[in-house]
Write a protein that binds this ligand. Sequence first.
Ligand SMILES: Nc1ccn([C@@H]2O[C@H](COP(=O)(O)O)[C@@H](O)[C@H]2O)c(=O)n1
Ligand code: CDI
Length: 159
Amino acid sequence: MNCRIGSGFDVHAFGPGDHVMLGGVHVPHDRGVIAHSDGDVVLHALCDAMLGAMALGDIGKHFPPSDPRWKDADSRVFVRHCKALLAEHGWTLGNADITVICERPRIGPHAGAMRGLIAADLGVAVDAISIKATTTETLGFTGRGEGIAAQAVCLLVRE
Ligand SMILES: Nc1ccn([C@@H]2O[C@H](COP(=O)(O)O)[C@@H](O)[C@H]2O)c(=O)n1
Ligand SMILES: C[C@@]1(CO)OP(=O)(O)OP(=O)(O)OC[C@H]1O
């Protein structure tokens, strides 16, 4: 069996708004995020992990921020594009492990819904998708509530 690992990381600053999109889930919050698309750091980090594992560049290469087609785009579109690339190159997602980094919102209550949506979009079992969260104990930009970050690692497998 042939395997590849990939890693991804994404940050968006908080701005005006009443929710953040995380893992495809509408999470109520007293801030939104500043982004060209819907600013879903979970899905952006996951896409970069999958693209990285295939050595196919990054999300900005596939979906340039200068392209008006991606203005306010649903980031699940990017995940489905990565799934198509996986299939095209003969890869299957073995598993992905994603960590969300912020003081607020609380991620735990929404993690199950995120896992379900991501697993459905990628055509894998829910137990192949892990969503975790941590604060930075009030330190740094996430600790000051200036923004939200996510990191992802994934394993691709090919017979
Ligand atoms: N935005 C967050 C941050 C954390 N959690 C959960 O709380 C646990 C403790 O967080 P620490 O930063 O103090 O380690 C963490 O393990 C998560 O389960 C969360 O849901 N949302
Ligand atoms: C997702 C894209 C789409 O134009 O824009 P943003 O929503 O700003 O998100 P980012 O994480 O900066 O990735 C770059 C772009 O591909």
